[in-house]
Design a protein around this ligand. Structure first.
Ligand code: ADP
Ligand code: ASP
Ligand code: MG
Length: 447
């Protein structure tokens, strides 16, 4: 059972989580929690300020968040539990202050310090949740996820090393479950083989839950969030979006990858490997069933299931006339991205040119410099990828014309269709993506 930041944002939410966990206590749950809402952002901001030398201000900016934890603890725990959490919080304060000083003085590698700083969100929320559950007479047991999830040392979005992780999770959590205890862990956080704290990337608590679920061969992985399941589109853009009853792994993976924030893109993989179903449900409305993500797609009348989008995309157009008829053009291009560890999302090609999209532009300058040795490079920032998902889209006639007729007055580039049988992807300017999504939602779900 994984609870996202908005499901643990204050005392009311913590109390509700305790009820939800209690209702599953006969089913040997493992609880994974995100940081309290806004805490991860606050820690990241504090880190950036400290880097600029503003250590006192950085530390000060965290005070309200420490207080939010204390408030929950005062409301929902008592006695030894409250004291034990307060001790943890006092340690965390001191340790964070020390890490922020180090960041300002660059006394350890910054990437390493950043993950250490940001990990306190989940370290604190998980300890707090464990105490809250104990206060509700649940047999909760806090476990440090950093002892269970082993990753490489790609700070910021570390990759789990599966075999070791699986073994440690089984070794540590199975005896607790056998003993009738409820393990409570922070999501998102892990550690490298060398024991340094790492994190799994923004939104990574879902991923932690899936890894744990897979290692323990769970019957179900539950992602508890602030909306009722996976919807036909982001409800912040289309308030009339509806809950999907079921979704296939493949459809869910495409949606997650192309921006449906409700699931971390990598969540699905460990579940797919073990054929474990994933349920996305609403901690504010625990009685609604939410969305079941299943190995196979259910056949439905509707071919289009959901529409996702991802902003902040940059397009690169690479053209090289001397590549006409020559082999090795693609390979040369892709090697450059590999060298700079930059992920490409959408690719379209013609004989002498390649257009592709990036969402991480950290290495853009270096990538472009290398690409310019091959051909001319044109950069278009501020773009958005739109992804229409539904199983069988590749084999369904008319969907493409329906999509483009609905937005015929809007300029579309990099259309990609057919590579995956479940999606159709294209790029528009970021400024119009809201309008595009609304029109497509109306076209496929309202009309
Ligand atoms: P959590 O803190 O629980 O991990 P997130 O903010 O990461 O929650 O994800 C939930 C949010 O994802 C929702 O509030 C919603 O605004 C957004 N979202 C985007 N696309 C979708 C979609 N297709 N279905 C459901 N939610 C979506
Ligand atoms: N707290 C982390 C974040 O905000 C991880 C998560 O919530 O899943 O990205
Ligand atoms: Mg999330």
């Amino acid at each position: 059972m994984k609870f996202g930041g908005t499901s643990v944002q204050g005392a009311g939410e913590f109390a509700r989580v305790a009820e939800i966990v209690s209702s599953e206590k006969e089913n040997s749950p493992v609880v994974v929690t995100s940081a309290m809402a806004k805490v991860t952002d606050a820690l990241l901001n504090a880190f950036e300020a400290a880097k600029k030398g503003e250590v006192a201000a950085a530390f000060e900016s965290l005070q309200p968040h420490f207080e939010r934890h204390t408030k929950v603890s005062e409301k929902l725990t008592g006695g030894a539990g409250r004291e034990s959490f307060q001790t943890e919080l006092d340690y965390a304060r001191e340790e964070l202050n020390d890490l922020l000083v180090r960041a300002s003085r660059r006394s350890l590698p910054l990437a390493m310090l950043k993950d250490a700083v940001v990990s306190y969100g989940e370290q604190l929320s998980s300890r707090l949740l464990a105490e809250v559950l104990k206060a509700k007479n649940l047999n909760a047991h806090h476990a440090d996820a950093r002892r269970l999830i082993v990753t490489d040392d790609e700070y910021g979005s570390a990759q789990p090393i599966w075999d070791e992780t699986e073994r440690l999770i089984q070794l540590e959590l199975q005896p607790l479950l056998n003993n009738g205890e409820i393990p409570v862990l922070g999501g998102f956080i892990a550690a490298s083989r060398g024991g340094e704290t790492t994190v799994l990337g923004r939104g990574g608590s879902d991923y932690s839950a899936a890894l744990i679920g897979a290692a323990l061969k769970a019957r179900e992985i539950q992602i508890w969030t602030d909306v009722t399941g996976v919807l036909t589109c982001d409800p912040r853009i289309c308030p009339e979006a509806r809950t999907l009853k079921t979704l296939s792994y493949e459809e869910a993976a495409e949606l997650a990858y192309f921006g449906a924030k409700v699931l971390h893109p990598k969540t699905i993989q460990p579940a797919v490997d073990r054929q474990i179903s994933v349920r996305v449900c609403n901690s504010h409305q625990p009685n609604e069933r939410g969305t079941m993500i299943l190995p196979q797609a259910q056949t439905t009348r509707r071919k289009v299931k959901s529409i996702a989008y991802k902003k902040g995309i940059t397009i690169l157009h690479i053209t090289s006339a001397r590549m006409l008829g020559a082999y090795g053009f693609m390979s040369a291009i892709f090697q450059i991205f590999e060298r700079h560890r930059t992920v490409i999302d959408v690719v379209t090609t013609s004989e002498v040119s390649v257009s592709l999209t990036l969402d991480n532009t950290d290495a853009l300058e270096a990538v472009v410099r290398d690409l310019q040795r091959i051909g001319t490079v044109e950069i278009e920032p501020d773009q958005a990828v739109v992804c229409v998902v539904g199983s069988g889209l590749r084999d369904t006639s008319g969907v493409a014309s329906q999509i483009f007729a609905a937005i015929s007055d809007i300029n579309v580039s990099l259309i990609s269709h057919g590579a995956s049988s479940v999606n159709m992807t294209f790029v528009v300017r970021e400024a119009v993506v809201g309008e595009v999504i609304k029109r497509l939602h109306t076209e496929f779900f309202t009309n």
